[in-house]
Design a binder for this molecule. Structure first.
Ligand code: CA
Ligand code: ZN
Length: 304
């Protein structure tokens, strides 16, 4: 008989004591893991399980109780100034998703005349959208972040710490690089989507509960200008700001900073490469800050 070399799986369950609504150093960790250990996060949907039927509607006044996030997880050895690399090994989603519309919310809330809730079955990797469509599910993580050095950032807001980035490349097989600003990093995540389009224009995707399996690595003594997502082919620099214009302009600067420090090329060379091979993409336009991402092919950045 061969002995498995896999690390033991720790399960972090989303019980009432394992949920946060803000990223803050004040939240005591609910579990500790070593880098390389496999951890399973059980995650509630963004409504905290309160919407179960199409008769239940989302009340926008409860925005501060949105996106319950499981954690925080203390990573042994993580110190301020490091970067936490989170390898997403799997995202399993529940058997139904929730889509809500509420007047006045999202990109064009003026077009929504009354609140509506849609429950969509999700089975065998397919999303059954009413009688009209069956879509392939593409499970992703809406909220993933670490505690900031100071203050408290609601789980509805994206930022330098990660948080509600609603970035659909955060999916199975990708790695999310987040800054470590406090000892242990204090990783938390939530707000899974079975499917979401760039922009998230209604203000939600196919909101769903589930389980995320991940492990972490530490990049000691180095930080990036923004959260970065790595996929097989590219890096995505993720940045959020009050407006899309500001977000995009600042994103270009952060991307150039990342490229100059990792390749030794001049800012002009990096801008030129980004102009011909980088893609500025929109993640979401409906959260308190808007989120954009720069897709940088690995061929021009090398490995981080
Ligand atoms: Ca979200
Ligand atoms: Zn969501």
């Amino acid at each position: 008989m061969s002995k498995s070399l896999d690390s033991p799986v720790k399960t972090l369950t989303a019980g009432p004591h394992h949920i946060i609504y803000a990223f803050s150093r004040e939240h005591p960790p609910v579990m500790t893991a070593l880098p390389g250990e496999t951890v399973v996060f059980e995650v509630l949907d963004c409504y905290g399980g309160l919407i179960r039927t199409e008769a239940d509607s989302f009340d926008p006044a409860t925005w501060d109780r949105i996106n319950p996030s499981t954690g925080p997880l203390f990573i042994e050895g993580a110190e301020p100034g490091d970067t936490l690399a989170v390898d997403i090994k799997d995202i399993e989603v529940g058997d139904y998703g929730i889509i809500t519309a509420a007047p006045g919310t999202g990109a064009r809330g003026d077009l929504i005349r009354k609140s509506a809730t849609m429950i969509v079955p999700v089975k065998n990797g397919l999303v059954y959208f009413g009688d009209s469509f069956i879509f392939e599910a593409r499970p992703m993580i809406g909220v993933i972040g670490t505690a900031p050095a100071t203050g408290s950032i609601p789980t509805g807001t994206p930022g330098h710490h990660g948080g509600n980035m609603d970035t659909k490349v955060i999916t199975k097989g990708s790695t999310v690089y987040l800054p470590v600003s406090v000892r242990g990093a204090l990783l938390a995540l939530g707000d899974l989507h079975a499917l979401m389009g760039d922009g998230e224009v209604l203000m939600c995707g196919v909101e769903i509960s589930g389980r995320v399996t991940l492990s972490t690595r530490l990049v000691k003594g180095r930080q990036f200008p923004c959260p970065v997502v790595e996929t097989g082919e590219a890096y995505y620099v993720v940045h959020s700001a009050e407006t899309l214009d500001e977000a995009a302009q600042q994103l270009v600067g952060h991307s150039v900073d990342l490229m100059t420090s990792h390749t030794g090329r001049t800012p002009e060379e990096c801008l030129t490469l980004l102009s011909i091979k980088g893609n500025v993409q929109i993640s979401q336009i409906v959260d308190p800050l808007k989120t954009v991402r720069m897709e940088i092919p690995k061929s021009i950045l090398g490995s981080l």
